[in-house]
Design a protein around this ligand. Sequence first.
Ligand code: SAM
Length: 300
Amino acid sequence: MRIDIVTIFPGMFRGPFDESIVRRAIERGVVQIGVHDLRNWATDRHRTVDDYPFGGGPGMVMKVEPIVAAVEALRAGEQARVILLSPAGRRFTQPLAEELAREEQLLLICGHYEGVDERVREHVATDEISIGDFVLTGGELAAMVIVDAVVRLLPGVIASESLAAESHSSSLLEYPHYTRPAEFRGWRVPEVLLSGNHAAIAAWRRQHALLRTAPAAARPPRDRRPNPRRASVAGRAAVPREATRGAQAELVLQKLRDERTTRCRLVHQRELLALFDHRRADIPEAARKLVLKADKGIVA
Ligand SMILES: C[S@@+](CC[C@H](N)C(=O)[O-])C[C@H]1O[C@@H](n2cnc3c(N)ncnc32)[C@H](O)[C@@H]1O
């Protein structure tokens, strides 16, 4: 893959791209990254890349001509994704990172000041991407975030089994990790992880990925240890609504399987019913019949 970044602050990229995974990917030839000073495409003596906004108002606007000249010089072909970084763009997510990792060339345009002349978005950019609902001073940090998230997905950069279970790569957040020591200040690593029982470890990891994904309400009470310094797990990550509901359903199904009494089973079936209207397409197959039965007051 080739990535070209157009910026008025090329020096900002020196540290982040000279370390860790991105550096290794460059050294292995998996990715080529070019950081280009937009001022190289300015045409006047002062290398001007911004001007006052038509219609007045505060701040400066980045000019269209140098950006178009840069894109035309750097674009290897029509297939290149020309990405304008902008707080108004499509939200950057893991699926979008996966989509971009399949491209031949990404060309990232970093804005500054009040932003970029709208004609860049209208006529030059193929994508407009935001890394979140906040305003950065410039597009450079956003470009670094995107490059990092994309490059680590390129074949041969990270072992594929490490990527498979990562948060946001499936509909579930990743399970918790621990390493040595097994006990620190009385904080014990869960016994099952020390047991060597691979099936039990896999089941524990699945369960805890579900617990992280499902909102706090679906978690068993023993997991809700009061800790005022810690935000609720569910509050820490934005998980798609459907994934959340799927994880909740799987937790309720697990409880249902362990339940002996008819009354409790019906309670769990009703929990499922509350989660899913049985006409919905997103209902997991295992839950569908139970929901239909609960709807009629029949215990499964
Ligand atoms: C100060 S911002 C411009 C904000 C603009 N006046 C507005 O209110 O939408 C300057 C540049 O930073 C970059 N930028 C700021 N926030 C961003 C975000 N959340 N995601 C991606 N790029 C961002 C964009 O390239 C933008 O042109």
